[in-house]
Design a protein around this ligand. Structure first.
Ligand code: DAH
Length: 348
């Protein structure tokens, strides 16, 4: 059966439809092999999409044939040019040494780091005491038994000296169990009036639980002068708590430490439950944040001071506890685990 003679307009429509389909397929080819498959599909001599159209040109009327032939050749050339241009692109990408950039990939987050919540709290506490005339003092973490215990009026049989509570180092040194030895070191070096704040890490032979860690931060405070009294202690620490916690209520409870007499502990109303009782405050509504007291005369004498002339007061605060309260962290351990998901969310 002889094929019908196609009209010029039908022919041109079909030609441009095939050309339109070819363009995105060429552009999408990612390799030389893929591009070759596209080439065969469109301009392959036998089975290419364009080859039946060249047969059609031959069957067209003499009037239409030149226009159809020109249109066919132009379209065929354009497809060939597109194939050549894309082949060059694929070649360039393959030989270029620069890694291929995928602009659709999500960006990499930049970890900027943050201050640890305990560090933030220590800095804030230091700022408040600096306004009251305190300066920062530091001392060694590896201490002697004399500075850590003896000079602070611990009796030789005090349980804190036990191997079970203190980490001893080779050669008789130990890891300080509190920042209080810096009281002695400061008083030995500087004559009163003395007002120092001593931040630092301390070590105890404790295992981790919700409220204990084998290493933790402490801040010691010491004020020694003539005529210093418990009123100064109470007023200063109450002022501190108001500044730090805002309107939080505080209370002092009598306590005992070998290096102070009298001794007390200061509690702050639990900021997590606002005093109504929760797991962090063990249902009492109060959290102990520091121990304090009037410096024991024998501590002043250990440091070479005249205990008849001078008096002083001191405190030891747990900034980890304070940070727990400030940042609502029910489990103390989270502060020391170094999990950036927790710390990054809290730090600044
Ligand atoms: N050193 C004590 C401790 O680690 C804390 C402390 C209590 C320090 C009373 C003081 C103080 O200076 O006066 O448990």
């Amino acid at each position: 059966m002889p094929e019908s003679i196609p009209s010029l307009s039908q022919f041109l429509d079909e030609l441009s439809a095939i050309e339109r389909e070819a363009a995105p397929e060429i552009a999408a080819a990612r390799s030389a092999d893929a591009l070759e498959a596209v080439r065969v599909r469109y301009v392959g001599r036998k089975s290419g999409r364009l080859s039946p159209l060249s047969g059609m040109v031959a069957r067209m009327s003499a009037t239409d044939r030149p226009a159809a032939g020109q249109a066919f050749n132009a379209a065929h050339t354009r497809v060939q040019e597109q194939l050549a241009a894309h082949a060059a692109r694929i070649q360039a990408a393959a030989t270029s040494s620069a890694p291929a950039v995928d602009l659709t990939m999500p960006g990499r987050a930049v970890w900027r780091g943050a201050r640890h919540p305990v560090t933030i709290v220590i800095d804030e506490i230091a700022d408040i005491f600096r306004e009251l005339g305190f300066t920062i003092a530091l001392g060694p973490e590896a201490e002697s038994e004399w500075y850590n215990f003896t000079a602070l009026n611990f009796p030789p049989d005090h349980p804190a000296l036990d191997m079970h509570d203190t980490l001893y180092l080779d050669g008789g040194a130990l890891l300080r169990t509190h920042t209080s030895p810096v009281q002695i070191r400061t008083l030995q070096r500087y004559p009163p009036p003395v007002r120092v704040l001593v931040p630092g890490n301390v070590y105890r032979r404790d295992v981790f639980d919700a409220s204990h860690a084998p290493m933790f931060a402490q801040i010691e405070g010491l004020a020694v002068d003539e005529g210093v009294s418990f009123v100064d202690l109470k007023a200063t620490l109450t002022h501190f708590a108001r500044r730090f916690f805002g309107s939080a209520t505080t209370r002092f409870r009598p306590s005992f430490f070998p290096f102070t007499e009298p001794s007390a502990e200061m509690d702050v109303e639990c900021q997590i439950c606002r005093g109504s009782g929760c797991a962090t405050c063990k249902m009492v509504g109060w959290v102990e944040i520091l121990g304090c007291g009037m410096v024991h005369p024998s501590v002043l004498e250990s440091a070479g001071l005249d205990a008849e002339r001078y008096t002083g007061w001191a405190f030891g605060m747990g900034p980890g506890r304070v940070a727990q309260q400030r940042y609502n962290i029910p489990i103390l351990r989270e502060l020391y685990d170094g999990d950036v998901r927790v710390l990054g969310a809290l730090g600044q």
